[in-house]
Design a protein around this ligand. Structure first.
Ligand SMILES: Nc1ncnc2c1ncn2[C@@H]1O[C@H](COP(=O)(O)OP(=O)(O)OP(=O)(O)O)[C@@H](O)[C@H]1O
Ligand SMILES: [Mg+2]
Length: 236
């Protein structure tokens, strides 16, 4: 059995990061409430993906600390690896395994957690039903549209009911009509799940629809940090 769903606050304290001599994140302090959806917004190159990679455990910070709830997950030069963090991730490029079927792709996080076969199968169907793809279990990703592939990636991210969901511009490869409809669907799904989520985008409207709070990064620092009001999240 998987552990019951526990929402997790995230704390970044004085987090900095540099690529060699090039400092890209400067002393970031952020408290993200358990169960909230925070959009990270900002122009290209401002450090959004770098911050997400630190949250995912793909790279350690140069300075500062990151906590998931009570747990220290990263400090200067050290980082708990992604598989030990109980997170789900969705990237711009779907990152599905082409040789696996849809069901095998979605089952992967459950396999990693040693969930027994029967429970795994039920959860895969449940996750794919949530994203409207239950009938595509045996397809390969190459037999799906871009939007469908991104739904599979979303199902894979949520199937193990992780404590934290991380998104890096998941809709930016899709055409604008599809982007709008999937954005609204994802907003509904995130509300249902109640999981703490960080959503990177450079699209303000997407951020307003999906998030409770928008953090604007500018050149590696927090420039604006604001709550989203219910009236702001409308596609024009
Ligand atoms: N592997 C790397 N080596 C050196 N510099 C890098 C590397 N990856 C990113 N950078 C630099 O770090 C800065 C932040 O990059 P990052 O990818 O976090 O930006 P971003 O806000 O996600 O941008 P985008 O909206 O274009 O995805 C940029 O100046 C970028 O050029
Ligand atoms: Mg990026």
């Amino acid at each position: 059995m998987l552990a019951p769903l526990v929402f997790t606050a995230i704390d970044l304290k004085g987090v900095s990061y540099a690529f060699g001599q090039h400092r890209v994140l400067h002393d970031i302090d952020l408290h993200i409430a358990a169960g909230s959806v925070v959009a990270l917004l900002g122009p290209s190159g401002c450090g959004k993906s770098t911050l997400l990679r630190l949250l995912a455990g793909l790279t350690p910070p140069e300075a500062g600390e990151i906590h998931f709830g009570e747990r220290l997950v990263a400090k200067a030069g050290w980082s708990l690896p992604p598989e030990a963090r109980d997170i789900g991730m969705v990237f711009q490029d779907y990152a599905l395994w082409p040789h696996m079927t849809v069901a095998q792709n979605v089952a992967f996080p459950l396999k990693m957690r040693n969930v027994p076969r029967r429970e795994r199968d039920a959860r895969v169907v449940q996750a794919l039903t949530r994203v409207g793809l239950a009938e595509f279990l045996d397809r390969k990703p190459s037999g799906l549209s871009g939007g469908q592939q991104q739904r599979v990636a979303l199902a894979r991210a949520i199937v193990a009911e992780p404590r934290v969901l991380l998104f890096d511009e998941p809709l930016s490869n899709l055409d604008s009509e599809l982007r709008e409809s999937l954005c609204l669907e994802m907003a509904g799904l995130l509300r249902q799940l109640g999981t703490t989520a960080i959503y990177v985008t450079h699209d303000r409207r997407e951020a307003e629809i999906l998030a409770d709070r928008i953090v604007h990064l500018s050149a590696g620092s927090v420039a604006v940090d604001r709550l989203v009001t219910s009236s702001s999240g409308e596609f024009a």
